[in-house]
Design a protein around this ligand. Structure first.
Ligand SMILES: [Zn+2]
Length: 423
């Protein structure tokens, strides 16, 4: 027994320390599968686990300690939303501080630790949480206009068992989304996505946080051959808006192009694309899984600042959110439904006029361009109902604008062109 222990110590000394591994030029490591953005390397994953400690330096207990701390913030709600194979709770943070009289503009989803060894994707997420909870102009802007849902540890069993990529059943839950009988973790996430997508405020951006042995920071871009020309352009804008805050730190959109041979069905991004098309910007982000990783705060700052720019969170030019100061009791838009609405479908609105007045209605796209003016509505006083037939529209965000002499009312809504679901 003693001899075995001595041999283990000697073997431990012979294993290659990480600082030597880091000297290996990454370009020479051609053994990464071409279609795997994480560039998995089992040797490096094991060495990193030895160096960083249990859970690659952030394990389930680390998360439980942080959850207690975050829960003390008035902006955070902590929920257990399901369980892993080994019955560990999957925890979800919801962070927002929207005015109860103003609708939040966008819902954002972020999850990390699908692949437990890619802990750097979590460290970036952690810095996003820090910004969201901070008493800074950026933190306040984000809380006022967004609902953020953040799942810090999607694969807690893998973290605890020291499995670099798999859950307790030995399954890679990143690519389990097309299974007829998906893993428990995948079922939890899919149910949440379905719930939010059916809500009046569907998910607009979904980020899947990883870290790559390619030792670069980049987004996994989906080629137009697997998505659409419009979505390809939209991704370039999204990645470009984030990258504009740190061009030397984050790679351009063309660093890793995937889906060149069609649409894969196995990933969470596949699920979003197949079901909701351009309505959701669902992308994987890869931080650096290597010795030179770091500057997670700078990455997080670029990400949230780019998201604000990309979504143009203020109403488009020429549209005011509220009518003139004295008017709410004379002219108000009380309901718009359904939201999301189907392309070429009908939306119903309920509005109130204190006195007879002419009301016109206009349709704008997210960039503030007027698409259509519709017939003027009833001029009568009182509570009014109207059905609006929408023209065929591509998936995305639109604004309905009602004008009368009492002011201008606007309502943001989402159009979804649904395709046949996978499940
Ligand atoms: Zn990964």
């Amino acid at each position: 027994m003693q001899a075995l222990r001595i041999w283990m110590i000697i073997l431990g000394l012979l294993s290659v320390p990480e600082f030597i591994q880091a000297q290996i030029p990454f370009q020479s490591r051609a053994d990464f599968a071409a279609d795997d953005p994480c560039g998995y390397d089992s040797t490096r994953a094991v060495i990193a686990l030895q160096n960083l400690g249990h859970g690659w330096g952030y394990n389930y207990d680390s998360l439980l300690v942080d959850l207690q701390r975050w829960a003390q913030s008035p902006y955070v709600q902590v929920d257990s939303v399901g369980a892993s194979v080994q019955n560990r709770a999957l925890w979800l943070l919801t962070i927002t501080d929207t005015d109860p009289f103003t609708e939040p503009a966008y819902r954002i989803w972020i999850h990390a630790r699908t692949h437990p060894n890619e802990v750097q994707g979590w460290w970036v997420t952690n810095e996003i949480i820090n910004i969201l909870l901070s008493e800074t102009p950026l933190g306040r802007t984000l809380r006022r206009h967004f609902i953020f849902h953040i799942m810090p540890m999607y694969n807690p069993d893998g973290v605890e068992l020291g499995r670099p990529r798999e859950n307790a059943n030995g399954v890679d839950i990143e690519s389990n989304w097309h299974s007829a009988d998906p893993e428990p973790e995948v079922r939890v996430l899919r149910r949440l996505f379905e719930t939010y997508m059916a809500s009046p405020l569907p998910i607009r951006i979904a980020l899947n946080m990883h870290a790559s042995y390619r030792c670069r920071r980049f987004f996994v871009y989906h080629d137009a051959k697997g998505t659409s020309a419009a979505f390809a352009e939209d991704q370039k804008k999204f990645i470009g808006d984030i990258r504009s805050y740190w061009p030397e730190g984050i790679q351009n959109w063309d660093y890793f192009v995937s889906w060149k041979n069609g649409t894969p069905r196995v990933y969470p991004e596949s699920w979003f694309w197949i079901n909701y098309r351009e309505a959701v910007m669902a992308l994987t982000y890869e931080d650096m899984n290597c010795y030179s990783a770091g500057e997670y705060d700078r990455t997080a700052h670029a990400m949230v600042s780019g998201i604000i720019d990309y979504l143009n969170i203020n109403p488009p030019t020429g549209i005011t959110e509220q009518p003139a100061a004295s008017a709410p009791d004379r002219f108000s838009l009380q309901a718009f439904y359904p939201n999301p609405v189907a392309s070429a479908g009908a939306a119903r609105i309920r509005y109130y006029l204190a006195e007879p007045a002419k009301v016109t209605i206009e349709l704008y796209n997210a960039l503030g361009r007027r698409l259509q003016s519709l017939e003027h509505l009833s001029d009568q006083a009182g509570l009014q109902f109207a059905e609006i037939r929408l023209p065929p529209l591509s998936s995305g965000v639109y604004w309905l604008v009602l004008r009368s002499r009492y002011g201008t009312l606007s309502r943001r809504f989402v159009v979804l062109r649904r395709t046949a679901g996978l499940y």
